[in-house]
Ligand binder design. Sequence first.
Ligand code: SF4
Length: 373
Amino acid sequence: MSTASQPGTPAPGQLTFVAPRRAKPARHLADLTMAERRAAVAELGEKPFRADQLSRHYFERLTADPSLMTDLPAAARDRFAALFPTLLTPVRELTTDGGTTRKTLWRLFDGALVESVLMRYPDRATMCVSSQAGCGMNCPFCATGQAGLTRNMSTAEIVEQVVAGARTLAAGEVPGGPGRVSNVVFMGMGEPLANYRAVVGAVRRLVEPAPGGLGISARGVTVSTVGLVPAIGKLADEGLPVTLALSLHAPDDELRDTLVPINTRWKVAEVLDAAWDYAARTKRRVSIEYALIKDVNDQEWRADLLGKLVRNKLVHVNLIPLNPTPGSKWTASRPEDERAFVRRLQFHGVPVTVRDTRGREIDGACGQLAAAE
Ligand code: SF4
């Protein structure tokens, strides 16, 4: 884990994921609960019901420009602009898969860079969002991890990525006609549970019906984690039936300690116990994410070990052919090793799929675009 840019000096071997203190992004409507929006509107000298109108504009009509909110008194519109600061500025946009995969590199107010990806399929449209600028988890095969953590993103910065994708879809800019965002996965830059409050706030904005939020089904939202055990327990307490995706990447502590350094704090057994507890309390199937890395974690004996650990649980294993970072020694498994790994898991009766590798040609793995910039 990268600790170089972090405050304080951790004890040797100690892992920490405290974001450095920096200027915060300006407060945005999407940072606030409905009650807080009414209070904010009242602070601006306006009637609280205006908060409902503003929310409808933002979450239903996807408008953040008060000059277009013509049902509001002209004099008030200028004041309301304070609730819609510009949080994300597009730096680059790359498309592939016939225009149905669109990756955007965003610059935040302080110059930090993050990425989001919109992926449209015949039956759904998924936004993959970042939750931190950079990441402090230091997984050695990941471009984002190599750069360390810059800062936590705010709730509204996270939500704005989804709203941007929703605007693109609503405007019919993606082949397939006008559409809506049906799924959101927190699998972009960052460890979502290391930015717990902002991420849970964002999930609440995503799932709350209009005008409070975007009205996306909680079942369509996936929060990934490398396994911050206390935060997994906390998330189960939130009453939000989102899918938990646990990035396991190795079934044994010896290897996982090196691939996912936070494993030195919370071991495989502890992390899986937290995942099963999450599944039991939310009734949601846990997704085990496993990046297949050639000759590192793709041996059949490891597939057997993984199969034994997860069989008979409310689980689904998602194998991800590694999208290699330029210059890295880590690369994707051979196709025959991938097939053998799948077969061993199936032998144990474990539901398994191999994730499609959308966006490979556009530096699809998180952090590659920002690293290139
Ligand atoms: S794989 Fe995920 S948790 Fe690990 S360094 Fe990359 S972004 Fe962070």
